[in-house]
Ligand binder design. Structure first.
Ligand code: PEP
Ligand code: MG
Length: 856
């Protein structure tokens, strides 16, 4: 009746003959197959053969052979064909060294022709045989003859008329009859796959995934199993886990040929495991299901990986066609790696190595569910990961009003400033038209753990308070529902399905292994008690940067702060600062309490003062009223404080030199809070950090003043305490002068945000507008505000570290710019012998994992 093609025995003599040919190798247990020569798929198939799994007969073509095919030197087709039974159909699949590099799509049913169609009609039924032939002609036409797939769109006939029409299009377009010879068909397929691998787009795609320029392609030619017989026949894929959650659950799909043939309209796609939603393979072919599950478990154990098994069932018997690493979401990747280690299949270190640090972000925040429909409104720079949905607000006041109504909102601004912090805090996500990775919105967004997209430069604000227009002309008004996907940088319309954060047991277990392996400390940049608590939850080993200026934007303080800015004399300033002192002391006391004796590095005031003044007329009027001054006085003062280049103006240590009362108040607050921490039984030695230094005398001067305040507090309170003084190295000159600066301090912390800005002469707030263009053109390999520019800024870091260490061998070195949370940059810091990295609290787990991977 049917021509049941048996799987030929692997060790037959024909196989041995081919093994003598170095380029075309029958995959047997003993064949010399390597991933570096034949590709990952060929190697995996050999492993399956070694496990005695029922794998159809397969021949591997090496990279060298495919290279030769590209240059027109085709191997002898007869040599390949003689490995298979004469009437078997074949498929060809790509086998790149790393399966992630992809490759051309598989071509199935090679060998289909008039004669085979007629023969198969007897076993499969004429309808099915014709359909198979028609599908093959079309695939061949598109992949091999490179015909436009649209040419076949109008062929709606099925059966013989459809086949005839398809063959006619082929013949008219190619001026040749459709090849009937299996050898000619196979040659065409091999040539087309080799050509596809060499195409520019394929090369760019795989290089983006890390493939080297010279990456080779292997091919595997496999015998296809004819799905004929009375018992169950069909094809499918199986995994032992849910690929989204990583939980143990048999998933996949199975298409039953028997059902397809038997009853038109009946369900032909079955669940694998018994399922109340519909029929399952386990019900219709329990033995095949049991065998398949056992094979999948064996593959998991022996290949030491969660696999996706591609299989067919032929008359009740299971055949394994292929096994690939099961696809997985970020959260599934963690759970899978941890379970493999817990089952003793891999070591905990291997589990740590198998999780991509970048992908951890997706676990720490809610995300758009994989597979959810995405209506993309605009794409910007993915500045802070995670996703959130809310209604658009264009002002901070509207954000706060929305939060008061408990309605989630997304703050959409041209850019943000310290005045927006409360609005940001009240929002579930932030979107700005301007800015780059270290702009205000990006830094604060990451600090708050808010999904944030910046530099969405194709947005057009009709007025600064909206509405906005997207590049394709859609208008977004206040109140419209949008979703910010800060992981991809996409702004989506509406409310796509979301997946919650996953700090589950698997994550916690992985992080325990991470910390056991790590040899560089990870601290957090934390400004508020909430930040500090998040930092502790993510097991940061201290606070490496507390930016104190954010404390002055809080309600009730901004006006006092402005009053201080308006003070005319040092004495007046000191008097207003007296009112800020208890607030600052309370800020630090809270941080110290939360950190429970862990190190806390407080950076003294850094930004230009005029950032705290209102720019709008209304704001100035309100301020005048609050201060009891004429509006003209306020406007004049705002004007006199104008700077052409505020980032290079009166800010950082320069404020400490010119208006020293501010730092006096801050260090007093730190020291008094230190005494409170000692009283509370969680003593600590605070780190006091001076920003934006460029000359050693600045440090000498400020350090003397800090010493005097410490002495005064000690004398007033009759108590002792210690502190460590440090400098933030964030100007190129501070790197060059690190040897002169080091003797005054106990630590140097590299502020790579400003250092990158100054090294490139590139505004961190404006670079977002053209950064993607620069990266696309290959001028910068990456956004240097995101990934440390090792060649330039890195050189400054090394130089500063070497000079600092030479002058003061015990000096503590660290990095606290945004790069501290970037895996590639952490590698640099570790190699340079830094003691710790400090990053936004939500990036702490990413940094811990990256640091562990470098140590393993
Ligand atoms: C820096 O410049 O790297 C830094 C950490 O400080 P800020 O981002 O506050 O300027
Ligand atoms: Mg800075």
């Amino acid at each position: 009746m049917h021509c049941c093609v048996r799987v030929l025995c692997c060790g037959n003599t024909k196989g041995a003959a081919v093994q003598n040919n170095p380029d075309i190798t029958l995959i047997t247990a003993g064949a010399p197959i390597t991933a570096s020569k034949h590709g990952g798929r060929a190697k995996c198939l050999q492993r399956l053969v070694r496990l005695d799994l029922p794998v159809p007969r397969t021949v591997a073509l090496s990279f060298g052979t495919v290279n030769r095919i590209t240059s027109g030197d085709l191997p002898d087709m007869a040599k390949i064909l003689e490995q298979f039974a004469p009437d078997s159909l074949l498929c060809v699949r790509p086998s790149s060294e790393d399966p992630d590099w992809g490759g051309p799509g598989a071509v199935l049913n090679i060998g289909m022709n008039e004669a085979r169609c007629a023969e198969l009609g007897e076993t499969l039924g004429p309808e099915a045989a014709v359909q198979l032939y028609q599908r093959f002609v079309q695939a061949y036409a598109v992949h091999v003859a490179e015909l436009d797939p649209d040419l076949f769109d109008d062929i709606t006939d099925t059966g013989q008329p459809g086949l005839a029409a398809t063959l006619r299009v082929y013949e008219e377009e190619t001026d040749e009859p459709f090849p009937q010879e299996p050898g000619a068909q196979l040659a065409g397929v091999l040539r087309s796959m080799a050509r596809a691998w060499g195409s520019t787009s394929a090369r760019l795609l795989r290089q983006a995934k890390g493939a080297p320029v010279e990456a080779g392609l292997g091919l595997v030619v496999q015998q296809m199993i004819p799905l004929v017989g009375q018992a169950e026949c069909g094809a499918g894929v199986m995994q032992l886990v849910d690929v989204v959650t990583g939980q143990l659950q048999i998933t996949g799909r199975y298409r039953s040929r028997n059902r397809e043939r038997a009853a038109l309209g009946a369900t032909t796609t079955l669940y694998l495991q018994r399922d109340k939603r519909g029929p399952a393979l386990e019900d219709v072919a329990p033995e095949a299901f049991a065998a398949l599950t056992a094979y999948a478990a064996l593959m998991r154990e022996k290949l030491r990986e969660e696999m996706q098994v591609e299989f067919v069932i032929e008359n009740g018997a299971v055949h394994i066609l292929d096994g690939v690493r099961a696809p997985r979401s970020s959260r599934a990747a963690v759970r899978i790696a941890v379970r493999l280690a817990q089952d003793g299949i891999i070591t905990p270190q291997e589990a740590v190595m198998r999780v991509d640090p970048h992908s951890l972000n997706a676990l720490l925040h809610p995300q758009v569910a994989p597979g959810a429909k995405r209506d993309i409104l605009v794409t910007g720079i993915a500045a802070s990961p995670g996703a959130a949905t809310g209604r658009i607000v264009f002002t901070s006041a509207a954000a706060q009003a929305s939060a008061a109504r408990r309605e989630p909102c997304v703050l959409v601004r041209r850019e943000t400033s310290p005045e927006d912090i409360r609005g940001m805090h009240a929002s579930v996500a932030v979107l700005t038209e301007r800015g780059g990775m270290s702009s205000h919105a990006a830094v604060i967004g990451r600090g708050f753990g808010l999904p944030c997209i910046v530099g969405a430069s194709s947005l057009r604000f009709q007025t600064s308070k909206g509405p906005i227009t997207t590049a394709d002309g859609r208008v977004l008004k206040a109140g419209d529902m949008i979703t910010i996907d800060g992981t991809t940088g996409q702004v989506l319309a509406g409310e796509p399905e979301m997946l919650g954060a996953a700090l589950d047991d698997a994550f916690q277990t992985l992080m325990q292994w991470v910390d056991a392996a790590r040899d560089i400390e990870v601290r957090a940049n934390a400004d508020t008690p909430e930040d500090a608590q998040t930092a502790r939850n993510f097991k940061a080993q201290g606070i490496g940067l507390c930016r104190t200026e954010h404390m002055f934007s809080q309600p009730g303080r901004l006006t006092v702060m402005r009053e201080m800015i308006f003070a005319d004399t040092g004495a007046e300033r000191a008097a207003v600062l007296e009112r800020l002192l208890p607030m600052q002391r309370d800020d630090f006391a809270q941080l110290f309490r939360i950190m429970q004796g862990l190190p806390v590095c407080v950076r003294l005031f850094d930004p230009p003062l005029h950032e705290f003044l209102p720019t709008s007329r209304t704001g100035q009027r309100e301020l005048a009223k609050a201060l009891g001054l004429p509006v003209s006085d306020v406007s004049r003062r705002v004007e006199t404080m104008f700077e052409y280049n505020p980032m290079l103006g009166l800010r950082g240590v320069r404020l400490g030199v010119i208006l020293p009362e501010i730092y006096d108040m801050q260090v007093r607050a730190i020291f008094e809070a230190t005494l409170l921490a000692i009283d509370a039984g969680a003593p600590l030695v605070p780190d006091v950090m001076i920003p934006l230094v460029s000359a050693a005398p600045e440090v000498e001067l400020v350090s003397a003043r800090i010493k005097a305040v410490a002495a005064a507090v000690r004398a007033e309170k009759g108590r002792d305490f210690n502190y460590r003084l440090g400098v933030m190295v964030e100007t190129p000159r501070a790197c060059l002068q690190a040897g002169e600066i080091a003797p005054y301090v106990e630590f140097l912390s590299f502020g790579t945000n400003d250092l990158t800005q100054m090294a490139y002469g590139l505004s961190r707030d404006d670079a977002g507008r053209f950064m993607s263009n620069y990266v696309q053109k290959g001028i910068y390999p990456e956004d240097p505000f995101h990934v440390l520019d090792v060649d330039g800024v890195g050189e400054l870091l090394s130089l500063g570290a070497d000079r600092g260490r030479a002058a003061s061998p015990e000096i503590t070195l660290s990095i606290c710019g945004e790069h501290g949370g970037n895996p590639e940059s952490i590698a640099f810091c570790r190699d340079a012998g830094f003691d710790y990295v400090s990053c936004s609290p939500y990036r702490v787990p990413v940094a811990r994992l990256a640091a562990a991977q470098y140590a393993i």
